[in-house]
Design a protein around this ligand. Sequence first.
Ligand SMILES: Cc1ncc(COP(=O)(O)O)c(C=O)c1O
Length: 414
Amino acid sequence: MNKEGEDSSKGIGIKKIAVKDSPAFGKRIGTKVVHAGEQVNPLTKGIVTSIDFSTTFAYERAQDWADVFYHGKPGYAYSRHGNPTRETFEKKIALLERGEAAIGFSSGMAAIATTFATYLCPGDEIVVTDRCYPGTRHLLNQYFKKWGFIPKFVDAREIENVQEAISKKTKLLHMECPTNPTLSLCDIEALGKLAKDFGIKFVFDNTFASPINQNPLVFGADIVIHSVTKYLGGHSDVLGGAVITSAEERAEIMNSAVYFGGVMSPFSAWLTIRGIKTLELRMQRHNENAQALAEFLEDHPKVREVFYPGLPSHPQHQLAKKQMRGFGGMVSFCVGKSDKDGGDFLNALQIIKRASSLGSVESLAQASGSMIYLEFSEEQKRALGINPGFVRLSTGIEDKADLIEDIDQALAKI
Ligand SMILES: Cc1ncc(COP(=O)(O)O)c(C=O)c1O
């Protein structure tokens, strides 16, 4: 216990501060990506946010240090608790996602694990979309189950399935969309209402959409998560994560982040701040390229199925139009007749790289049977809509004509 009688093991000096918007950040998202959270350096007048690598911070008087570390006075004491460069990133992403506050993490998984562990106790249930990122599924099944957190996976395309899975023990709802890899959607607004009615916290992984295309907090989510590694970083050179929420929830999650320890490094924060400055421009190009590729693929005789929320043939296209401002850079499709055809197609690509991850300036592709879902049985794959010859493409920002030609020549080889 400290002087104030607080349990000091809970959130030493964690402040509940909402990020302030400013006329200097602009009103529109294309301006905010450049300016939000940043300021001219008062000491040097430099316009670029500096990287502050200092892990510790010194004060004139011992009491000044203690005021910051223990009593929540503004300032920095130790970088795991707070760092100026990370804080700039946190302000920027909070404003872009329309939240009050944010936390930068060392990876998307650190953001997800820390958030779940903050709210779940042994015996509690978490209702999760069955099309969640496989790493999230693994975390829940392999680790959190051992700690007594009970995951219930549901097909969240239908709200009734989610409602049926909710019980008195449910503490969290964890959703994503567009989902990996078949780009299905869930109705964020309807889920937000459901979560509110049942008094459950609604967590939403917005990695695939980015804050340019979709803002789940506006539709009723309580906590948004990002793998910063993807569109926010945007250049395949930074691993990071983020949680965006209210000032109140931020303090709760930050209390765990400090002790789980997976916070974002100053260098990763700086790379992400730099990456975000072009986020709106990049997303426009990702959206445009993916739409053009999806339309080309849909008309190609060697392509059996195309998954893209921007296509009128997508079963949830109307919902996509309601909750998304752009349909994203991910396109999935099935080529030929078999996984061998998918593998041969992949190997014939010349510009598009055979690699995992997504959301970067360069186009990346993976195929089931040769690069992804090797651990899934055929039955499991079919249940998730992954049919033979399945390819997942993260469309980059290259010239779309080059991408179409690359895909066309690779399809000619199968
Ligand atoms: C939707 C989604 N969430 C979370 C993650 C995990 O992020 P990270 O790799 O940054 O830990 C990923 C990674 O691919 C992802 O696609």
